[in-house]
Design a protein around this ligand. Structure first.
Ligand code: GTP
Ligand code: SPV
Ligand code: MN
Length: 580
């Protein structure tokens, strides 16, 4: 029940259409959470994990056909197809509404309809935005409680402000043939049917905080980005915040909570967010950012005491594991964990190598951000944190250097729009194929990329002191297919260079495609890295880059008339740099 008439009418209308047995308004309190957990343990949606090693932790095995985002079934339904752009699947709003109405008709019979009021961002932040998700999945409710500020406080803000994003979700029959993730940005509405998984079902995350929010951000003059936010405190006690966009499963969670390597005594890393960043120009002429989320929905495989000790430390209590494997004594297990052995695989079968990996490659953990040892109270700051540098990066075996700095904001926007990355298990479809993924937003931009790039260019004008923009690549491989750069905690060395550069404290060398570290510019002390490997990591192959820029041009030009002239001008500048 609510005194916001629009919300009450919407819930009543949805209940009439979907015909649930009961309607439950979520308060977000602990008793509610525990009751839902009990109910899911009884129904088998949750399986208990070892209560001694992992108190408050549960395993969820999703339907084996429902383990990742489904980009081919995700639509942006604007009145004009051009407003959604070539980067999105599009359906006419009326047609999409009719299709979804058919699917939702009676779909909650025998189920409970949960109303989840939530706030993306600190509850008292002017940068935060509210939404309401209606779902028939108790798994979604408990995940949303960890991932967002959910319940009574959010409802109170909605009743005060009157505005909210509407998200309607049903797991339906989990039939991939009856699965759609629809966005109606003009109506601030999301409708998702037929999947219970992550970004398809936890509507506050990718659907609201990226697709709908990016659309709102453009009209309101801010940015909603697929970025982590991390604070780096130097031994002098000065903290610089970096926002970094990498595509799905390309290292955001890891970078957001890295532990500095030996040699960095006195440095501290502070985690603000690991996936989404909302940024707005502040009165001081800088960009200020909040993490709209309150939890992590992180990739499990590859997480270990060596790679990401902070993540392991937060995962031994009050966490939900989805599609991981289990040891014989019911501890969660995944490839790369390095301790224990899998007894049951992610489907619950006795583990056999012949069946493939024990944990699904896109298996995930859900946990409150506050449980991370490097969590920063600054994540609660209503005005956000000031951003000192923006970083773009992808997963590129070849070509792209370890780090480079853009010559200007516009050049940085070009770097972002020219991003490409090898696909990962975070979405269904082929893995390891290089595809263009501008700003790591290909699956998440709620409108035409051409307009989005113009918006990015405009933001550079609106902010009097915009942060410098960088490009990184942790994923270069050698002739034997091995990663050349050690990555993980060692990425601190690159972040140090970025911060020093942003303060104008170290020199760089010019290259046709951007500024690079000088010899020994990246601190490699204590690293077992041949100087020739470091050189190779920073080399620029003019011929290969000419080829790359030709591909970038063809890609950008596929956006036609709406492509910003400023972006093409920048591309032409870099192309001619390369030629001379
Ligand atoms: P989403 O949650 O899908 O948006 O992913 P993400 O960008 O947060 O990626 P995450 O940090 O979870 O890393 C994904 C995978 O990349 C994991 O298996 C990591 O172990 C691996 N990874 C992360 N950082 C590095 C790195 O610096 N080097 C290498 N080689 N692998 C890394
Ligand atoms: C991603 O795929 O980028 C994720 C996971 O962060 S999901 O919530 O499924 O989108
Ligand atoms: Mn993500």
């Amino acid at each position: 029940m609510t005194r916001n008439e629009n919300l009450q009418n919407w819930v009543d209308g949805v209940a009439e259409l979907t015909r649930p047995d009961q309607v439950h308004w979520c308060t977000g309190d602990q008793a509610e959470y525990e009751a839902l957990v009990e109910e899911m343990l009884e129904s088998g949606v949750f399986l208990p994990l070892n209560a001694e090693t992992h108190p408050g932790c549960y395993l969820h095995r999703s339907d084996p056909g429902d383990v990742a985002r489904v980009e081919h079934l995700t639509f942006v339904c604007t009145s004009e197809q051009d407003d959604a752009g070539p980067n999105n699947n599009w359906m006419q709003p009326a047609e999409a509404h009719a299709k979804m109405r058919g699917l939702f008709d009676g779909c909650m019979e025998g189920r409970t309809l949960y109303v989840i009021p939530y706030c993306m961002g600190p509850i008292d932040s002017p940068l935060a935005r509210c939404g309401v998700e209606i779902t028939d999945s108790p798994y979604v409710v408990v995940n949303m409680r960890l991932m967002t500020r959910m319940g009574s406080a959010a409802l109170a803000r909605i009743e005060r402000e009157g505005t909210f994003v509407r998200g309607l979700h049903s797991i339906g029959e989990l039939d991939p043939e009856r699965r759609f993730i629809m966005h109606f940005p003009e109506e601030l509405m999301i409708q998702s049917y037929g999947s219970g998984y992550g970004g398809n079902a936890l509507l506050g995350k990718k659907c609201h905080a990226l697709r709908i929010a990016s659309y709102q951000a453009r009209t309101e003059g801010w940015l909603a980005e697929h970025m982590l936010i991390v604070g780096i405190e130097n031994p002098q006690g000065e903290t610089h915040y970096i926002a970094a966009a990498f595509p799905s499963a390309c290292g955001k969670t890891n970078l957001a909570m890295l532990i500095p390597p030996p040699g960095y005594e006195g440095w501290k890393v502070w985690t603000i967010g690991d996936d989404i960043c909302w940024m707005r120009p502040g009165e001081d002429g800088r960009l200020w950012a909040i993490n709209p989320e309150a939890g992590f929905f992180g990739v499990a495989p590859g997480t270990s005491e060596d790679t990401n000790p902070n993540a392991l430390a937060m995962l031994n209590r009050d966490a939900i594991f989805t599609n991981v494997a289990e040891t014989a004594d019911h501890q969660p297990w995944w490839e790369g964990l390095k301790t224990g052995d899998p007894a049951l695989d992610w489907k619950g079968r006795p583990f056999e190598k012949a069946n493939g990996p024990a944990a699904h490659p896109n298996s995930r953990f859900t946990v409150a951000t506050k449980q991370c040892p490097s969590y920063s109270e600054a994540a609660e700051a209503a005005r956000g944190v000031p951003i000192s540098a923006i970083v773009f990066g992808g997963r590129r075996e070849r070509l792209v250097p370890l780090v480079m700095e853009s010559d200007s904001w516009a050049h940085g926007v070009l770097m972002g729009s020219a991003m490409a990355s090898e696909t990962t298990a975070a979405a269904t479809g082929a893995v390891g194929v290089v595809r263009r993924d501008p700003m790591a937003m290909k699956p998440f931009c709620g409108y035409n990329f051409a307009d989005y790039w113009q918006h990015w260019l405009d933001m550079g004008q609106k902010v009097s002191n915009p942060p410098p923009i960088y490009n990184v690549n942790w994923f270069r491989k050698d002739g034997e297919g091995k990663f050349m750069w050690p990555g993980f905690g060692e990425n601190m060395r690159v972040l140090e260079w970025i911060i020093e550069r942003s303060k104008g404290q170290v020199a760089a060398q010019e290259s046709p495609i951007g500024k690079l570290p000088v010899d020994e510019g990246i601190n490699a002390r204590g690293l077992d890295l041949q100087p020739s490997v470091m050189q190779a990591l920073l080399e620029v192959d003019p011929e290969a880059w000419s080829q790359e820029l030709a591909e970038v041009r063809a890609y950008l030009e596929s956006y036609g008339d709406r492509l910003p002239a400023g972006l093409i001008a920048e591309l032409e500048r870099v192309t001619s740099n390369l030629a001379t």
